[in-house]
Design a protein around this ligand. Structure first.
Ligand code: SF4
Ligand code: SF4
Length: 367
């Protein structure tokens, strides 16, 4: 009953006196497993980028040199196409012919957010991984990371939601015909090549912006993800529907505040009963930092029971199971798209031979 009452409260009651620490019996493995997942996804994306570059070079050389197939996984880098195709699919019930993989990958990441909060950001996204590496480098160099004052931090966090609202408004108000017409334009077909060229022929202003982002990411934790990424904003909003959350048991907790100190999103983990925030990326840094047995878990709503261990029984998702669920959703979606022949975009070679070499002169149809 006590657990039920506390579960309904947002903030744990202050405890009188110092509580006895019952140390965790098993060492935490969450960060090791998460870092392995991050490295696997980083390597996968590096491999996709290298193969895509070779594929583009083949057409730029007029069909000479090494010929490789187009790595469809590159469409994971086309979130706008993924969103457009999803809206098209919702409106028509038909799977689009161009960049369907962008839609399947987008849906896989949305499903992950429904199941495991914003896990995509802290377990898989290569930008999130690089961001994390940069702020950890900053902490090593300067012994700490900067913290924005709260009055500035909150409105800045809102920027990513504004960017998301902008994209949702533009795409959400397009008709199915308009969405399809956009996708079959030269710009839509080679959106991935345009993206590669953006980084290959980077202009002075874009280079300055990227340098500012890198510098900001060294000083502040997850600078890009925290303030500017509309994709993360969407995953965060979807994650509000997830039944899984970081949950604290105030009876086992000794109020040491190590969890809050470890949280890259600066959430008050030590004072809340559960973390509902759209900013929680399910990184489990808080769980890893917690010294007390059964005090902090990534879990479903706990059971009503007198003993702390009983309350969590069959409710907790450990890091290995967590990684397994992510792999299941990701591979399941890719295999489903492959099995139903919707994975690859089939465009005749002659079209690519025409468009890829002159990609820089192909402009957005709205311009
Ligand atoms: S609350 Fe825990 S899981 Fe969520 S972002 Fe903070 S440290 Fe990561
Ligand atoms: S790390 Fe957080 S949840 Fe764990 S004992 Fe300390 S205050 Fe409680």
């Amino acid at each position: 009953m006590a657990a039920q009452v506390l579960e309904r409260m947002d903030v744990g009651a202050p405890q009188g006196g110092k509580k006895k620490l019952i140390r965790r019996s098993a060492p935490d493995r969450s960060q090791r497993i998460r870092h392995v997942a991050q490295v696997i996804f980083l390597v996968l994306n590096g491999w996709i980028a290298a193969q895509f570059y070779l594929w583009v070079r083949y057409f730029e050389r007029g069909g000479h040199g090494l010929q490789v197939s187009r790595p469809t996984g590159v469409e994971g880098w086309l979130p706008i196409a993924g969103l457009m195709n999803t809206v098209y699919f919702l409106r028509t019930g038909s799977i689009p012919a161009i960049h369907a993989a962008a839609m399947f990958l987008f849906l896989a990441f949305v499903l992950m957010s429904l199941a495991l909060k914003k896990a995509f950001c802290s377990w898989l996204c290569p930008v999130g991984t690089l961001s994390e590496a940069l702020w950890k480098l900053g902490r090593k160099l300067f012994a700490r990371n900067l913290r924005m004052p709260r009055w500035l931090d909150l409105p800045l966090r809102g920027l990513k939601y504004l960017l998301l609202a902008f994209f949702l408004f533009i795409i959400g108000t397009m008709s199915a015909e308009a969405l399809q017409s956009f996708m079959v334009t030269p710009y839509g077909i080679i959106a991935d090549v345009k993206m590669l060229n953006f980084f290959r022929d980077i202009g002075e202003s874009a280079a300055i912006v990227i340098a500012i982002l890198v510098f900001g990411s060294i000083l502040l934790k997850n600078f890009w993800c925290r303030y500017l990424c509309p994709y993360g904003a969407l995953m965060g909003l979807v994650s509000l529907l997830s039944p899984m959350k970081i949950r604290r048991d105030p009876e086992a907790c000794i109020d040491c505040a190590k969890c809050a100190k470890a949280c890259p999103a600066d959430l008050a983990v030590d004072r809340l009963m559960q973390i509902r925030s759209a900013e929680c990326a399910a990184c489990m840094e808080c769980v890893a930092a917690c010294p007390a047995e059964n005090a902090l878990q990534f879990s479903l709503r706990p059971k009503r029971a007198a003993a702390s261990s009983e309350r969590w029984r069959r409710r907790v998702v450990g890091p290995a199971v967590f990684a397994g669920i992510l792999a299941y959703i990701f591979l399941g979606m890719v295999l489903f798209a492959r099995a139903t022949s919707h994975w690859r975009t089939t465009i005749p070679q002659s079209v690519y031979m025409d468009l890829v070499p002159r990609a820089n002169s192909v402009t957005h149809p709205g311009m």
